[in-house]
Design a protein around this ligand. Structure first.
Ligand SMILES: *Cc1c(COP(=O)(O)O)cnc(C)c1O
Length: 393
């Protein structure tokens, strides 16, 4: 007989999923009720308001898609695009490349703006490309590029989209809850996120939000959305407002309790306070990393506090280090992706995992494992530097 699966206890400091509060795990184990139960519908209305707070938006079309961030991405593209549309897509890492895939699979054309990995999207280049492509329907870019740890200037880019009368599409899967994001004030038309990064909920849900202008585009399509499951015109029969909700698909009831709880926790802390906490812990971590003699891939002015891409020192096998951290410390950090594979570690300080204990654990563990493998680092300096940062700030 197969025994019950009991996962080990880990500290999750990779690119997601991040550690989850015990309150979120408790929420998952609450009794299941029907997805059309009036009490469940009341919870859904609260969840929508909590998401509007997290996104800083009054958008009516705000809901969690019943699938991971990738499905949120797909929801945005399949609902807004029709065959023959042109979209300017910015790529400065893995996820911009996935946007291109989505655009092309919708039968639309992706006009690419490519930047080096580790750099933010080049605003001047986007300005030139939009000017050269007046028929572009949308500008799509990633707010927080999880593959490199670079933050792009959302406000500057949505400003350009507005100047050129095209829609702005923003991937903030890793941004939401961790760094400043103001959907209405910044004029974002369509945005998707994920539950398992800075919101510190279980994976499998993707909050999305659409401006009234984007909602109009969806309502006035000339062709049906090719995906039945992700067609928001149908999904809204369930997630729309008012008493009357009808069945579209069975909502992931307990996962939605968990997202509700994660967002209640965010609201209790306060959005600005959460952004500040992510920054504070990042600065302590960075002080330690630099004291050890390691360096960051991304320069300080556009570095994400929640995703730290740290360069692997010479003559060190990065996979061996990750395996040791997992085996000896129960600590998970991420490997590099794409062009950065083998060259960097991606160390997350996301949501519930962004705390002093994790910063100090990770620095101490890296110090020990790297020293043991003979890497040339400043032994013992990292933890002290981070502790000094916490003492002084
Ligand atoms: C994680 C991530 C995604 C995909 O989310 P999944 O939940 O893994 O499907 C998309 N974009 C970015 C920037 C991400 O970090």
């Amino acid at each position: 007989m197969t025994a019950t699966f009991n996962p080990p206890i880990r500290t999750l400091m990779g690119p997601g999923p991040s550690d989850v509060s015990p309150r979120v795990l408790q929420a998952l184990s609450r009794p299941i009720i029907g997805h059309l139960d009036p009490e469940f519908i009341r919870m859904m209305d609260e969840l929508k308001a909590l998401l509007q707070y997290a996104f800083q938006t009054g958008n009516q079309l705000t809901l969690p898609v019943s699938a991971p961030g990738s499905a949120g991405m797909e929801t945005v593209f399949v609902n807004l695009l029709e065959p023959g549309d042109k979209v300017v897509v910015c790529q400065n890492g893995v996820f911009g490349g996935r946007m291109k895939e989505n655009v092309e699979r919708c039968g639309a054309e992706a006009i690419m703006v490519s930047d080096d990995w580790g750099r933010p999207v080049d605003v001047d280049e986007v300005r030139r490309v939009l000017a050269a492509n007046p028929a572009a329907k949308a500008l799509a870019f990633v707010h927080a590029e999880t593959s490199t740890g670079a933050r792009s200037d959302v406000q500057a880019l949505t400003g350009l989209a507005n100047d050129h009368h095209c829609l702005s599409i923003v991937d903030s899967v890793t941004g939401l809850g961790g760094i400043e994001l103001r959907v209405d004030e910044w004029g974002i038309d369509a945005i998707y996120s994920g539950s398992q990064k800075c919101l510190s909920c279980v994976p499998g849900l993707s909050p999305v939000s659409f401006s009234e202008r984007a909602a109009e585009v969806i309502r006035n399509r000339s062709q049906r959305v090719q995906s039945w499951f992700l067609d928001l015109n149908l999904v809204m029969a369930y997630w729309g407002s008012g008493e009357k909700r009808s069945y579209h698909h069975t909502a992931p009831v307990n996962s939605l309790y968990a997202l509700h709880e994660a967002l209640v926790i965010l609201q209790e802390e306060g959005l600005e306070q959460s952004w500040a906490r992510h920054r504070h812990n990042h600065l302590a971590f960075a002080a330690g990393i630099e004291a050890m003699g390691l360096s960051f891939v991304v320069s300080e002015d556009y570095r994400l506090p929640q995703l730290n891409a740290v360069t692997v020192p010479e003559n060190v096998d990065e996979a061996v280090v990750r395996a040791r951290l997992l085996a000896d410390y129960g600590l998970e950090i991420g490997a590099g992706l794409g062009t950065l594979a083998g060259k960097v570690w991606r160390i997350g300080l996301m949501g519930f995992a962004s705390n002093r204990k994790n910063v100090l654990l990770c620095l101490a563990a890296l110090d020990e494992v790297l020293s043991d493998l003979g890497a040339r680092i400043e032994r013992g300096a990292a933890v002290t530097a981070a502790q000094h940062f916490y003492r002084d700030h």
